[in-house]
Design a binder for this molecule. Sequence first.
Ligand code: MSP
Length: 663
Amino acid sequence: MPDKKEKFYLTTPIYYTNGLPHIGHTYTTVVADVIRRSKRMRGYDVVMTTGTDEHGVNVERAAKKAGVPESEFVATMADAWRTLWDELGIPADEFVRTTDLKHVRTVQWLFKLCRGNGYVYKGHYTGQYCIYDNAFVNDAKPGDNCPDCGRPLETVTEENYFFKLSSFQKPLLDFYKKNPDFIQPDTRRNEIISFVEGGLKDLSITRTTIRWGIPVPGEEPHVFYVWFDALTAYLSAVGGPDYEKRGYWPADLHLVGKDIIRFHTVYWPAFLMAAMLPVPKQVWAHGWFLMDAAKMSKSKGNVVLPRPIVNMLGMDALRYFLLRDVVFGQDGNFSYDALVTRYNSDLANGLGNLASRTVALIQKNFAGKIPKPATFKSQDEALAKEAQNAIGEVLENFDKLSFARALETIWTVIAAADKYLTSEQPWALGNSEADQVRKATVLWTTAELLRIVAALAFPVLPDSAAKVWTLLGQSEALGKFEVGGLRWGQLAPGASLGKAQTLFPRVDKTEAIERIEAMANEELNPTPATHAPAANAPAATGASAAAAAAPAVSDKIGIEDFAKVEMRVGQIKTAERIVGADKLLKLTVDIGTEIRQICAGIAQYYEPESLIGRKVAVVVNLAPRKLRGVESNGMIVAASVGPEGRPVLTGFHEEVEVGARLK
Ligand code: MSP
């Protein structure tokens, strides 16, 4: 443990504001939070920064599409990101936005330092540019697609300021040699070294073709290129030009996805060296979470959202899964099936079951107070040894960011305790003095093991570990507990247990997955009143706010756009409520050519029986989707009335034929 609170500064990437967080982004931020918590438990004074990367042509375009000024667009999006992190219990200590004045000043200051030291010059650049990734692609030819995202590249020529990256080949290679831990994991380090050994070209760091960026003082229309701007956010978050006062720079750790390792380990140290500023200590690149073997992206339609999972299983379950199932640094596949399986086996049956069994037995046999152990038998000592050994192993693995290993060790200890309880059978012991003493020893041993498990698992399972901790009558807040002092044998007899509770209720896999998917569907495609929001989805999610901002009110569409929507007269044949979805009705509707099943969010305003035989307008060419696990194949049109958006179904005052098209 450090003598005086040693500082530890870590960062996540700052995320683009033209999209909203999915599981991939959540992964990086969760990992940062786990490191933050584990370092705090080791006595460090930790600052964790995250934030939003708000400049560039993508934002310009997205804001235009939404019909709002860029500043308004990014403010809404930054708010959505910040709110999500807060909601998920992973708030930033510093949330930096690249439109913050303190950041603007830091970027301009860094540029001045680099220019003053002779590393910046003016020139022209023509190249193939990916507007999605905001990067020129070296060695690409006109007509090529972006090697990262596959989108078509554009040829761009403009006057730029250049950074003399070529001058840093040797300094960087020397730096990597002197600091072998700077780039992690080792495979990435080797990749970067070969890349730098292959030669470095100077880098354009300003643009004149983009308007939405930080101006280069006195050099308008130059604005800073996105990486010179974005990387500097790490420094502006902790004081910018005054970084020495706060004392957190250089950063101890930049956590990044493997897609952006080069920017962090080549450009960023070179900018800092040019400005004669201290260089970060380590950059750790993790792999990607893949869905159907591809990187998640909204355009591919394969994103997994964090909120629906958290609504269904809790944040700790998501955190556990992200860290347990994938070796940190490697790619991993995301699957709802694997998530729910892990939840039921490791959390509900594993930790949850051990905690509730132990607490229930102590409540029953020792009036809810931790019993006093007596003579330990060899099997008690063996368990004690296993738990004691786990402490060092787990802490070491957290330090090495080997999260899956750390969790595996903790769960081996949990399994050993389960086995121990099953073979010792304290519930089968009688009331003789000898039996009582043995019962006390067995239950104290299990409770002590649980206390150690809670302390070790806390960085990953902050809510549930804290619950176990309080259940065991520990008064000190677990987040403040210094885990370096954790030893077997510290559980004091006599402490009163907290009230027993189910930490992780078991779930039915199929039902849980259906509910998660339904909520995700709702968040990704928020619909008008006829598609009600899933019962426990938050009312105004970031996604719906952003989607609401998307179509510009003043935008006009052509008749060909309207013609794409096929609306027909339908007649409702049956209507029934859906169990567990109090806003939805399941309807069958005759649309002339077939009978369709459609879900409509009108259950709070229409009695099912009153709808039978009614003629309504139906959008019949809407892609089918599942709402609360029920397939909906079309949409009933309704007016949305009043502040609460009460649905009022359309009707016809003259006789209309079922199936007639609305034009
Ligand atoms: N704005 C830049 C970073 C600038 S840092 C100075 C950017 N933003 S991003 O929104 O695209 O987020 C990138 C980060 O999100 C990745 O580096 C990675 O940490 C995380 N992930 C995005 N998709 C991911 C997966 N599918 N899986 C795991 N992490 C992923 O790049």
